[in-house]
Design a protein. Structure first.
Length: 469
Protein backbone atom coordinates (compact mmCIF):
# COMPACT_ATOMS: atom_id res chain seq x y z
CA UNK A 1 0.00 0.00 0.00
CA UNK A 2 1.19 3.54 -0.73
CA UNK A 3 -0.05 6.92 0.51
CA UNK A 4 -0.86 9.21 -2.42
CA UNK A 5 -2.21 12.76 -2.17
CA UNK A 6 -5.12 13.38 -4.53
CA UNK A 7 -7.98 15.82 -5.01
CA UNK A 8 -11.56 14.64 -5.26
CA UNK A 9 -14.46 16.65 -6.62
CA UNK A 10 -17.22 16.91 -4.04
CA UNK A 11 -19.82 17.59 -6.71
CA UNK A 12 -18.61 14.94 -9.16
CA UNK A 13 -17.11 17.55 -11.45
CA UNK A 14 -13.52 16.91 -12.48
CA UNK A 15 -10.51 18.83 -11.26
CA UNK A 16 -8.27 19.63 -14.19
CA UNK A 17 -5.07 20.66 -12.44
CA UNK A 18 -2.58 17.93 -11.58
CA UNK A 19 -1.36 17.41 -8.06
CA UNK A 20 2.26 17.13 -6.95
CA UNK A 21 2.41 13.48 -8.03
CA UNK A 22 1.10 14.03 -11.53
CA UNK A 23 -2.48 12.91 -10.95
CA UNK A 24 -5.35 14.45 -12.86
CA UNK A 25 -9.03 13.66 -12.88
CA UNK A 26 -10.64 11.72 -15.72
CA UNK A 27 -14.37 11.77 -16.37
CA UNK A 28 -14.46 8.38 -18.09
CA UNK A 29 -15.14 4.93 -16.67
CA UNK A 30 -13.97 3.09 -19.76
CA UNK A 31 -12.37 -0.31 -19.06
CA UNK A 32 -9.68 0.68 -21.57
CA UNK A 33 -8.18 3.00 -18.97
CA UNK A 34 -5.49 1.64 -16.67
CA UNK A 35 -7.53 2.77 -13.70
CA UNK A 36 -11.21 2.13 -14.00
CA UNK A 37 -13.32 1.25 -11.01
CA UNK A 38 -13.82 3.33 -7.89
CA UNK A 39 -16.55 3.73 -5.31
CA UNK A 40 -19.50 5.96 -6.25
CA UNK A 41 -18.24 8.81 -4.09
CA UNK A 42 -15.06 9.18 -6.16
CA UNK A 43 -14.24 10.09 -9.72
CA UNK A 44 -11.73 8.13 -11.80
CA UNK A 45 -8.07 9.03 -11.80
CA UNK A 46 -5.16 8.26 -14.06
CA UNK A 47 -1.57 8.41 -12.82
CA UNK A 48 0.48 10.23 -15.47
CA UNK A 49 3.77 10.09 -13.61
CA UNK A 50 5.66 7.10 -15.09
CA UNK A 51 7.26 6.43 -11.72
CA UNK A 52 3.85 5.43 -10.34
CA UNK A 53 1.83 2.33 -11.06
CA UNK A 54 -1.86 2.72 -11.92
CA UNK A 55 -3.91 2.77 -8.75
CA UNK A 56 -7.39 1.74 -7.71
CA UNK A 57 -8.87 4.21 -5.25
CA UNK A 58 -11.50 3.58 -2.63
CA UNK A 59 -12.52 5.86 0.19
CA UNK A 60 -15.63 6.89 2.05
CA UNK A 61 -17.17 10.32 1.85
CA UNK A 62 -16.52 10.78 5.55
CA UNK A 63 -12.78 10.79 4.81
CA UNK A 64 -13.05 14.03 2.86
CA UNK A 65 -11.94 17.37 4.17
CA UNK A 66 -14.04 19.83 2.19
CA UNK A 67 -12.24 22.84 0.82
CA UNK A 68 -14.25 25.21 -1.41
CA UNK A 69 -15.34 23.36 -4.56
CA UNK A 70 -13.48 20.13 -3.92
CA UNK A 71 -12.27 17.75 -1.27
CA UNK A 72 -8.74 16.65 -0.64
CA UNK A 73 -7.49 13.70 1.34
CA UNK A 74 -4.69 11.29 1.91
CA UNK A 75 -5.72 7.73 1.10
CA UNK A 76 -4.12 4.37 0.88
CA UNK A 77 -4.24 3.29 -2.76
CA UNK A 78 -3.88 -0.32 -3.81
CA UNK A 79 -1.57 -0.79 -6.78
CA UNK A 80 -3.19 -2.28 -9.87
CA UNK A 81 -0.08 -4.18 -10.88
CA UNK A 82 1.04 -7.78 -10.70
CA UNK A 83 2.44 -8.59 -7.24
CA UNK A 84 6.06 -9.27 -6.48
CA UNK A 85 6.80 -13.01 -6.30
CA UNK A 86 7.03 -14.43 -2.77
CA UNK A 87 10.26 -16.20 -3.65
CA UNK A 88 12.45 -17.58 -6.44
CA UNK A 89 11.52 -20.70 -8.43
CA UNK A 90 8.43 -21.28 -6.30
CA UNK A 91 7.14 -23.85 -8.80
CA UNK A 92 9.88 -26.22 -7.61
CA UNK A 93 8.00 -26.66 -4.33
CA UNK A 94 5.07 -28.15 -6.20
CA UNK A 95 4.60 -31.41 -8.08
CA UNK A 96 3.31 -29.62 -11.19
CA UNK A 97 4.99 -29.93 -14.58
CA UNK A 98 6.89 -26.63 -14.96
CA UNK A 99 6.41 -26.80 -18.74
CA UNK A 100 2.67 -26.23 -18.23
CA UNK A 101 1.25 -22.83 -17.30
CA UNK A 102 -1.13 -24.16 -14.67
CA UNK A 103 -3.82 -21.49 -14.26
CA UNK A 104 -6.44 -23.85 -12.86
CA UNK A 105 -5.57 -24.26 -9.19
CA UNK A 106 -9.25 -23.79 -8.41
CA UNK A 107 -10.15 -27.13 -10.00
CA UNK A 108 -8.32 -29.76 -7.93
CA UNK A 109 -5.63 -27.64 -6.29
CA UNK A 110 -2.01 -28.74 -6.58
CA UNK A 111 0.24 -30.74 -4.28
CA UNK A 112 3.35 -29.55 -2.49
CA UNK A 113 6.28 -31.94 -2.74
CA UNK A 114 7.04 -31.87 0.98
CA UNK A 115 3.40 -32.43 1.88
CA UNK A 116 3.14 -35.38 -0.52
CA UNK A 117 6.19 -36.87 1.16
CA UNK A 118 4.57 -36.54 4.58
CA UNK A 119 1.40 -38.17 3.30
CA UNK A 120 3.45 -41.04 1.93
CA UNK A 121 5.06 -41.51 5.34
CA UNK A 122 1.56 -41.77 6.86
CA UNK A 123 0.69 -44.39 4.23
CA UNK A 124 3.90 -46.32 4.83
CA UNK A 125 3.20 -46.40 8.55
CA UNK A 126 -0.31 -47.72 7.89
CA UNK A 127 0.94 -50.44 5.56
CA UNK A 128 3.54 -51.46 8.13
CA UNK A 129 0.95 -51.73 10.94
CA UNK A 130 -2.62 -51.39 9.62
CA UNK A 131 -4.48 -52.31 12.80
CA UNK A 132 -2.37 -50.09 15.02
CA UNK A 133 -2.86 -47.06 12.78
CA UNK A 134 -6.49 -47.44 11.71
CA UNK A 135 -7.91 -48.95 14.89
CA UNK A 136 -5.86 -47.97 17.93
CA UNK A 137 -4.29 -44.66 16.86
CA UNK A 138 -7.06 -43.34 14.62
CA UNK A 139 -9.06 -41.19 17.03
CA UNK A 140 -6.06 -39.43 18.54
CA UNK A 141 -4.48 -38.78 15.14
CA UNK A 142 -7.69 -37.37 13.68
CA UNK A 143 -8.22 -35.20 16.74
CA UNK A 144 -4.76 -33.66 16.36
CA UNK A 145 -5.49 -32.92 12.71
CA UNK A 146 -8.84 -31.37 13.60
CA UNK A 147 -7.26 -29.07 16.16
CA UNK A 148 -4.90 -27.72 13.50
CA UNK A 149 -7.69 -27.33 10.94
CA UNK A 150 -9.99 -25.78 13.53
CA UNK A 151 -7.50 -23.01 14.23
CA UNK A 152 -7.13 -22.41 10.49
CA UNK A 153 -10.86 -22.19 9.67
CA UNK A 154 -12.07 -20.65 12.92
CA UNK A 155 -14.05 -23.61 14.23
CA UNK A 156 -14.13 -25.78 17.33
CA UNK A 157 -13.09 -29.39 16.60
CA UNK A 158 -16.30 -30.46 18.32
CA UNK A 159 -18.34 -28.80 15.58
CA UNK A 160 -16.93 -30.30 12.39
CA UNK A 161 -15.98 -33.62 10.90
CA UNK A 162 -13.77 -34.58 8.00
CA UNK A 163 -15.34 -35.56 4.67
CA UNK A 164 -13.93 -36.27 1.21
CA UNK A 165 -14.84 -32.86 -0.18
CA UNK A 166 -17.33 -30.02 0.08
CA UNK A 167 -19.83 -31.73 -2.22
CA UNK A 168 -19.87 -34.73 0.12
CA UNK A 169 -20.58 -32.36 3.00
CA UNK A 170 -23.49 -30.79 1.12
CA UNK A 171 -24.91 -34.25 0.44
CA UNK A 172 -24.65 -35.16 4.13
CA UNK A 173 -26.84 -32.19 5.04
CA UNK A 174 -29.37 -32.71 2.25
CA UNK A 175 -29.76 -36.36 3.18
CA UNK A 176 -30.24 -35.54 6.86
CA UNK A 177 -33.02 -32.99 6.47
CA UNK A 178 -36.69 -33.83 6.02
CA UNK A 179 -38.57 -32.00 3.32
CA UNK A 180 -42.25 -32.04 2.40
CA UNK A 181 -43.99 -31.53 -0.94
CA UNK A 182 -44.13 -27.81 -1.62
CA UNK A 183 -41.00 -26.99 0.39
CA UNK A 184 -38.47 -24.88 -1.50
CA UNK A 185 -34.69 -25.40 -1.61
CA UNK A 186 -33.25 -22.06 -2.63
CA UNK A 187 -29.97 -21.23 -4.35
CA UNK A 188 -28.78 -18.86 -7.07
CA UNK A 189 -27.96 -19.67 -10.68
CA UNK A 190 -24.20 -19.47 -9.95
CA UNK A 191 -24.45 -22.69 -7.91
CA UNK A 192 -21.91 -25.48 -8.48
CA UNK A 193 -23.51 -28.01 -10.81
CA UNK A 194 -22.84 -31.03 -8.57
CA UNK A 195 -24.73 -29.27 -5.78
CA UNK A 196 -27.52 -28.44 -8.23
CA UNK A 197 -27.82 -32.14 -9.08
CA UNK A 198 -27.94 -33.10 -5.39
CA UNK A 199 -30.73 -30.58 -4.81
CA UNK A 200 -32.73 -32.00 -7.72
CA UNK A 201 -32.27 -35.57 -6.49
CA UNK A 202 -33.56 -34.66 -3.04
CA UNK A 203 -36.43 -32.72 -4.58
CA UNK A 204 -37.42 -35.62 -6.79
CA UNK A 205 -37.52 -37.97 -3.81
CA UNK A 206 -39.64 -35.87 -1.48
CA UNK A 207 -41.51 -33.42 -3.69
CA UNK A 208 -39.55 -30.35 -2.63
CA UNK A 209 -38.83 -27.76 -5.31
CA UNK A 210 -35.30 -26.52 -6.09
CA UNK A 211 -35.40 -22.79 -6.84
CA UNK A 212 -32.56 -20.91 -8.57
CA UNK A 213 -32.77 -17.16 -8.14
CA UNK A 214 -31.13 -15.39 -11.05
CA UNK A 215 -28.17 -13.13 -10.28
CA UNK A 216 -27.51 -11.27 -13.54
CA UNK A 217 -24.11 -10.13 -14.74
CA UNK A 218 -22.36 -7.79 -14.58
CA UNK A 219 -22.69 -7.23 -10.86
CA UNK A 220 -21.80 -3.86 -9.36
CA UNK A 221 -21.75 -4.63 -5.64
CA UNK A 222 -22.25 -7.39 -3.04
CA UNK A 223 -25.54 -5.73 -2.08
CA UNK A 224 -27.06 -6.98 -5.32
CA UNK A 225 -26.55 -10.57 -4.17
CA UNK A 226 -28.30 -9.92 -0.86
CA UNK A 227 -31.20 -8.27 -2.67
CA UNK A 228 -31.59 -11.20 -5.09
CA UNK A 229 -31.71 -13.68 -2.21
CA UNK A 230 -34.12 -11.47 -0.27
CA UNK A 231 -36.58 -11.29 -3.16
CA UNK A 232 -36.44 -15.08 -3.64
CA UNK A 233 -37.26 -16.05 -0.04
CA UNK A 234 -40.86 -17.15 0.45
CA UNK A 235 -42.85 -18.70 3.28
CA UNK A 236 -42.05 -22.09 1.73
CA UNK A 237 -38.24 -21.63 1.74
CA UNK A 238 -36.72 -24.29 3.98
CA UNK A 239 -33.03 -24.04 3.12
CA UNK A 240 -30.69 -21.73 1.23
CA UNK A 241 -27.56 -23.22 -0.29
CA UNK A 242 -25.12 -20.47 -1.21
CA UNK A 243 -21.50 -20.44 -2.33
CA UNK A 244 -18.87 -18.54 -0.38
CA UNK A 245 -16.95 -18.20 -3.65
CA UNK A 246 -18.85 -19.23 -6.77
CA UNK A 247 -17.24 -21.85 -8.99
CA UNK A 248 -18.25 -20.81 -12.54
CA UNK A 249 -18.06 -17.04 -11.97
CA UNK A 250 -15.41 -16.77 -9.20
CA UNK A 251 -17.37 -14.20 -7.17
CA UNK A 252 -16.82 -13.80 -3.43
CA UNK A 253 -20.34 -13.54 -2.02
CA UNK A 254 -21.32 -11.59 1.13
CA UNK A 255 -22.13 -14.65 3.22
CA UNK A 256 -22.29 -12.81 6.56
CA UNK A 257 -25.01 -10.48 5.26
CA UNK A 258 -26.88 -13.29 3.50
CA UNK A 259 -26.90 -15.44 6.63
CA UNK A 260 -28.10 -12.50 8.76
CA UNK A 261 -30.95 -11.92 6.31
CA UNK A 262 -31.95 -15.59 6.28
CA UNK A 263 -31.81 -15.85 10.06
CA UNK A 264 -34.30 -12.98 10.23
CA UNK A 265 -36.65 -15.00 8.02
CA UNK A 266 -36.11 -18.30 9.86
CA UNK A 267 -34.31 -19.92 6.90
CA UNK A 268 -31.30 -22.14 7.54
CA UNK A 269 -28.23 -21.59 5.37
CA UNK A 270 -25.80 -24.20 4.07
CA UNK A 271 -22.66 -22.56 2.72
CA UNK A 272 -20.70 -24.32 0.01
CA UNK A 273 -17.21 -23.10 0.90
CA UNK A 274 -15.37 -25.24 -1.63
CA UNK A 275 -12.92 -22.45 -2.55
CA UNK A 276 -12.79 -20.45 0.67
CA UNK A 277 -10.24 -22.14 3.00
CA UNK A 278 -6.85 -20.76 2.04
CA UNK A 279 -8.27 -18.19 -0.39
CA UNK A 280 -9.92 -15.90 2.14
CA UNK A 281 -9.40 -15.47 5.85
CA UNK A 282 -11.98 -17.74 7.41
CA UNK A 283 -13.84 -17.71 10.71
CA UNK A 284 -16.59 -20.24 10.10
CA UNK A 285 -18.35 -19.94 13.43
CA UNK A 286 -18.69 -16.16 13.23
CA UNK A 287 -20.65 -16.39 9.98
CA UNK A 288 -23.66 -17.78 11.82
CA UNK A 289 -24.82 -20.28 9.18
CA UNK A 290 -26.41 -23.58 10.10
CA UNK A 291 -23.90 -25.57 8.02
CA UNK A 292 -20.60 -24.93 6.24
CA UNK A 293 -18.86 -27.41 3.91
CA UNK A 294 -15.34 -26.73 2.69
CA UNK A 295 -12.44 -28.20 0.73
CA UNK A 296 -8.89 -28.44 2.02
CA UNK A 297 -7.32 -29.87 -1.15
CA UNK A 298 -7.80 -26.68 -3.17
CA UNK A 299 -6.44 -23.44 -1.71
CA UNK A 300 -5.18 -25.02 1.53
CA UNK A 301 -3.00 -27.25 -0.67
CA UNK A 302 -3.69 -30.47 1.26
CA UNK A 303 -4.04 -33.88 -0.44
CA UNK A 304 -7.10 -34.73 -2.51
CA UNK A 305 -9.73 -36.30 -0.27
CA UNK A 306 -9.57 -33.71 2.51
CA UNK A 307 -12.68 -31.66 3.23
CA UNK A 308 -14.83 -30.80 6.22
CA UNK A 309 -18.44 -30.30 7.27
CA UNK A 310 -19.15 -27.86 10.09
CA UNK A 311 -22.53 -27.66 11.77
CA UNK A 312 -23.85 -25.27 14.37
CA UNK A 313 -24.38 -27.17 17.64
CA UNK A 314 -28.17 -26.83 17.41
CA UNK A 315 -28.13 -28.38 13.93
CA UNK A 316 -25.82 -31.36 14.51
CA UNK A 317 -28.46 -33.88 15.49
CA UNK A 318 -29.30 -36.20 12.60
CA UNK A 319 -26.11 -35.57 10.62
CA UNK A 320 -24.38 -38.80 9.62
CA UNK A 321 -21.53 -39.65 7.25
CA UNK A 322 -22.54 -40.83 3.80
CA UNK A 323 -21.14 -44.22 4.83
CA UNK A 324 -23.06 -45.43 7.89
CA UNK A 325 -20.84 -47.60 10.05
CA UNK A 326 -20.18 -48.83 13.60
CA UNK A 327 -20.68 -45.59 15.55
CA UNK A 328 -24.16 -44.60 14.38
CA UNK A 329 -25.95 -42.27 16.84
CA UNK A 330 -22.83 -41.73 18.95
CA UNK A 331 -22.71 -38.04 18.11
CA UNK A 332 -21.83 -35.81 15.16
CA UNK A 333 -18.04 -35.54 15.55
CA UNK A 334 -17.52 -39.10 16.75
CA UNK A 335 -19.41 -40.72 13.87
CA UNK A 336 -17.29 -38.87 11.32
CA UNK A 337 -14.04 -40.31 12.70
CA UNK A 338 -14.94 -43.74 11.35
CA UNK A 339 -16.48 -43.88 7.87
CA UNK A 340 -15.59 -47.44 7.05
CA UNK A 341 -12.21 -48.75 5.95
CA UNK A 342 -10.68 -45.89 4.00
CA UNK A 343 -7.49 -43.95 3.51
CA UNK A 344 -7.43 -41.30 6.24
CA UNK A 345 -3.99 -39.96 5.29
CA UNK A 346 -5.43 -36.92 3.43
CA UNK A 347 -7.00 -35.77 6.69
CA UNK A 348 -3.87 -36.47 8.73
CA UNK A 349 -1.72 -34.52 6.27
CA UNK A 350 -3.72 -31.28 6.27
CA UNK A 351 -1.72 -29.81 9.20
CA UNK A 352 1.49 -30.26 7.20
CA UNK A 353 0.05 -28.22 4.31
CA UNK A 354 -1.14 -25.47 6.64
CA UNK A 355 2.24 -25.36 8.39
CA UNK A 356 4.31 -25.36 5.18
CA UNK A 357 2.46 -22.44 3.63
CA UNK A 358 2.63 -20.46 6.86
CA UNK A 359 6.35 -21.02 7.44
CA UNK A 360 7.40 -20.67 3.80
CA UNK A 361 5.31 -17.64 2.79
CA UNK A 362 2.83 -16.68 5.53
CA UNK A 363 -0.87 -17.23 4.92
CA UNK A 364 -1.67 -13.52 5.02
CA UNK A 365 1.01 -12.87 2.38
CA UNK A 366 -0.30 -15.75 0.23
CA UNK A 367 -3.86 -14.45 0.28
CA UNK A 368 -2.71 -10.90 -0.43
CA UNK A 369 -0.43 -11.99 -3.30
CA UNK A 370 -3.05 -14.21 -4.93
CA UNK A 371 -5.77 -11.59 -4.62
CA UNK A 372 -3.60 -8.88 -6.12
CA UNK A 373 -2.64 -11.16 -8.99
CA UNK A 374 -6.32 -11.94 -9.65
CA UNK A 375 -7.28 -8.25 -9.61
CA UNK A 376 -4.43 -7.38 -11.96
CA UNK A 377 -5.08 -10.31 -14.33
CA UNK A 378 -8.80 -9.51 -14.39
CA UNK A 379 -8.15 -5.87 -15.36
CA UNK A 380 -5.38 -6.71 -17.83
CA UNK A 381 -7.41 -9.36 -19.68
CA UNK A 382 -10.54 -7.21 -19.82
CA UNK A 383 -8.46 -4.49 -21.46
CA UNK A 384 -6.57 -6.84 -23.78
CA UNK A 385 -9.74 -8.56 -24.95
CA UNK A 386 -11.87 -5.40 -24.81
CA UNK A 387 -14.58 -7.18 -22.82
CA UNK A 388 -16.85 -5.93 -20.07
CA UNK A 389 -15.88 -7.08 -16.55
CA UNK A 390 -18.52 -9.13 -14.74
CA UNK A 391 -17.59 -7.70 -11.33
CA UNK A 392 -15.99 -4.48 -10.03
CA UNK A 393 -12.45 -3.94 -11.28
CA UNK A 394 -11.36 -2.93 -7.80
CA UNK A 395 -11.44 -6.63 -6.91
CA UNK A 396 -13.95 -6.17 -4.10
CA UNK A 397 -15.76 -9.35 -5.17
CA UNK A 398 -12.70 -11.40 -6.13
CA UNK A 399 -10.53 -13.73 -4.14
CA UNK A 400 -7.79 -15.63 -5.99
CA UNK A 401 -9.75 -16.30 -9.20
CA UNK A 402 -11.43 -14.25 -11.89
CA UNK A 403 -13.91 -15.25 -14.59
CA UNK A 404 -13.96 -13.32 -17.86
CA UNK A 405 -16.01 -13.12 -21.00
CA UNK A 406 -14.15 -14.54 -23.98
CA UNK A 407 -13.48 -12.24 -26.92
CA UNK A 408 -15.54 -13.04 -30.03
CA UNK A 409 -17.22 -15.87 -28.15
CA UNK A 410 -19.61 -16.55 -31.02
CA UNK A 411 -16.69 -17.09 -33.37
CA UNK A 412 -14.95 -19.36 -30.88
CA UNK A 413 -18.12 -21.42 -30.44
CA UNK A 414 -18.46 -21.89 -34.19
CA UNK A 415 -14.81 -22.85 -34.51
CA UNK A 416 -14.54 -25.26 -31.57
CA UNK A 417 -18.13 -26.48 -31.03
CA UNK A 418 -17.50 -27.44 -27.37
CA UNK A 419 -15.71 -25.64 -24.51
CA UNK A 420 -13.63 -28.77 -23.94
CA UNK A 421 -12.28 -28.52 -27.51
CA UNK A 422 -11.13 -24.93 -26.92
CA UNK A 423 -9.63 -25.86 -23.55
CA UNK A 424 -7.74 -28.74 -25.15
CA UNK A 425 -6.49 -26.48 -27.96
CA UNK A 426 -5.08 -24.02 -25.40
CA UNK A 427 -3.35 -26.91 -23.67
CA UNK A 428 -1.97 -28.74 -26.66
CA UNK A 429 -0.88 -25.71 -28.69
CA UNK A 430 0.14 -23.30 -25.92
CA UNK A 431 0.52 -25.48 -22.79
CA UNK A 432 -2.06 -23.58 -20.77
CA UNK A 433 -4.21 -25.46 -18.29
CA UNK A 434 -7.18 -23.16 -17.85
CA UNK A 435 -10.91 -23.97 -17.76
CA UNK A 436 -13.40 -22.82 -20.37
CA UNK A 437 -16.68 -22.63 -18.48
CA UNK A 438 -19.99 -23.29 -20.22
CA UNK A 439 -22.39 -21.29 -18.07
CA UNK A 440 -25.61 -19.37 -18.56
CA UNK A 441 -25.72 -20.01 -22.27
CA UNK A 442 -22.23 -18.90 -23.21
CA UNK A 443 -18.53 -19.64 -22.65
CA UNK A 444 -16.27 -18.02 -20.09
CA UNK A 445 -12.65 -18.37 -19.05
CA UNK A 446 -11.65 -18.60 -15.39
CA UNK A 447 -8.11 -17.92 -14.21
CA UNK A 448 -6.75 -19.04 -10.85
CA UNK A 449 -3.85 -17.30 -9.13
CA UNK A 450 -1.52 -19.20 -6.82
CA UNK A 451 1.93 -18.23 -5.56
CA UNK A 452 3.64 -20.37 -8.22
CA UNK A 453 2.01 -18.41 -11.06
CA UNK A 454 3.76 -15.52 -12.80
CA UNK A 455 2.39 -12.41 -14.48
CA UNK A 456 3.76 -13.34 -17.90
CA UNK A 457 1.62 -16.50 -17.91
CA UNK A 458 -1.57 -14.41 -17.90
CA UNK A 459 -0.22 -12.02 -20.51
CA UNK A 460 0.69 -14.93 -22.79
CA UNK A 461 -2.73 -16.48 -22.17
CA UNK A 462 -4.37 -13.25 -23.30
CA UNK A 463 -2.40 -13.30 -26.53
CA UNK A 464 -3.06 -17.00 -27.12
CA UNK A 465 -6.82 -16.59 -26.82
CA UNK A 466 -6.76 -13.70 -29.29
CA UNK A 467 -4.75 -15.85 -31.68
CA UNK A 468 -7.40 -18.56 -31.55
CA UNK A 469 -10.40 -16.21 -31.73
Amino acid sequence: MRNIAIGVASSGAGLHERDSHGCSCLSTKSPKRCLDYVTPTLTVWQVHNPDFFPIAISASETAFEKQADYCSLMIEASVVASPRPLGDQIIQNWMLDPAIAFLNHGCFGARLRSVAEIQQRHRDRFEASPVQVLHFDRDEAIQRAKESVGRFIGASPANFGFVTNATAGVNVVLRALSFQPGDELLTINHVYNAVRMAMHMVGDRCGATPIEARLPLPIASPREVVDVVHRAITKRTRLLIIDHITSPTALVLPVHEIVALCNQHGVDVLIDGAHAPGMVELDVESIGAAYYAGNLHKWTCAPVGAGFLWARPDRQNGLHPLTISHFLEEGFPHEFRWQGTRDITPWLTVPAAIEFMEKQYGWAAVRRHNHQMAVWAHTMLCEKWDVEPISPLDGSMLGSMATLRLPDVAGLQRKYETPEALQRELFERHRFEVPIVDWDGTWWLRVSCQVYNTADQYERLGDAVLELA
